[in-house]
Design a protein around this ligand. Structure first.
Ligand SMILES: [Cu+2]
Length: 295
């Protein structure tokens, strides 16, 4: 029965399955359950609402010194290409608090789940008397194939999007589009600089270096220049501590770059080493301008 109501929200990369809530009288509380499948980049469940209840909280069951209690969790991570099951019998449930109306068995209960990245996702839940039986009877949710290898997760926030920044004091723009290669073992960043004297573009491939246990990247530019280095995840973004760049003219440079995440954007800072000192080349804020084209 529940299986027939599956809705794949493919556009957002988020799908909600096995949506059930326990039948309960008005004025009481009811636990809700759902399987969240995420075919897209990493996300986080940050809240839920139901017209049927005063409020809905994400609850986690805590066992301490033989006592069982519930605490409200501010959010719940939903990994890229993964699934989270808020399942009867687990430590997680959605708590519908102070029901405004009775939830009778079989009743459709519209709810909205809010995700940090995916925004509001509305879905109909079904009130059931026995949540465990209903969950067990539902089609087993199948986690989507990972879109990105776990080692490349620090890049996940970039993947699937295009970002554009303007070089300081110019009208020159730099546009980067990040996609995962088939299999999710590499990330490709294609960029194009527009507004310069001539056309300039390039491509970076990121991959996990199994020997060095680091993310490695290699860049090839349309003018023949190339570079490479490693990427280190930080608390605020990604560092590229040492990039060996060879220009079209054969000149070798040592660069370092830092990517700092911001709301809907990231800040890129690039420095060059000269005479033992680091000098800034530029800092550019790249704003997300849309989805990356798939090919
Ligand atoms: Cu609870």
């Amino acid at each position: 029965m529940i299986g027939s109501m599956l809705v794949a929200l493919a556009m957002q990369g988020l799908a909600l399955e096995n949506r059930i809530v326990r039948a309960a009288p008005a004025g009481g509380d009811a636990a809700g359950y759902v399987a969240i499948l995420n075919a897209g980049p990493g996300d986080s469940l940050i809240g839920a609402e139901c017209g049927c209840a005063e409020r809905v909280e994400i609850h986690r069951i805590v066992r301490e010194n033989g006592e069982v209690s519930m605490e409200s969790a501010p959010n719940l991570a939903v990994p890229a290409g993964g699934a989270v099951e808020i399942r009867p019998g687990s430590d997680l449930h959605l708590m519908l608090i102070n029901l405004r109306e009775p939830l009778a068995e079989g009743q459709i209960v519209p709810m909205t789940l809010r995700f940090e990245r995916g925004g509001a996702v509305a879905a109909n839940f079904t009130a059931v008397a026995d949540t465990r039986a209903a969950w067990a009877g539902a089609a087993q949710p199948v986690a989507p194939r990972p879109t990105l290898a776990s080692e490349l997760q620090p890049l996940a926030f970039l993947v699937g999007s295009c970002w554009r920044g303007t070089f300081p004091n110019t009208t020159r723009t730099d546009t980067h589009c990040f996609t995962a290669l088939p299999g999710g073992r590499q990330v490709r960043d294609r960029h194009v600089v527009e507004g310069a004297s001539g056309p300039y573009s390039g491509e970076t491939i990121y991959r996990w270096d199994t020997a060095a246990r680091r993310i490695r990247y290699d860049y090839y530019a349309s003018d023949g220049g190339y570079s490479g280095g490693t990427a280190e995840p930080t608390a605020t973004g990604i560092d590229f501590p040492e990039e060996a760049y060879v220009g079209a003219d054969g000149q070798r440079l040592t660069l370092r770059n830092r990517m700092t995440r911001e709301e809907g954007a990231y800040r890129g800072r690039s420095e060059m080493q000269r005479d033992g000192a680091w000098r800034e080349i530029w800092t550019i804020r790249f704003e997300r301008i849309g989805s990356a084209p798939t090919d």
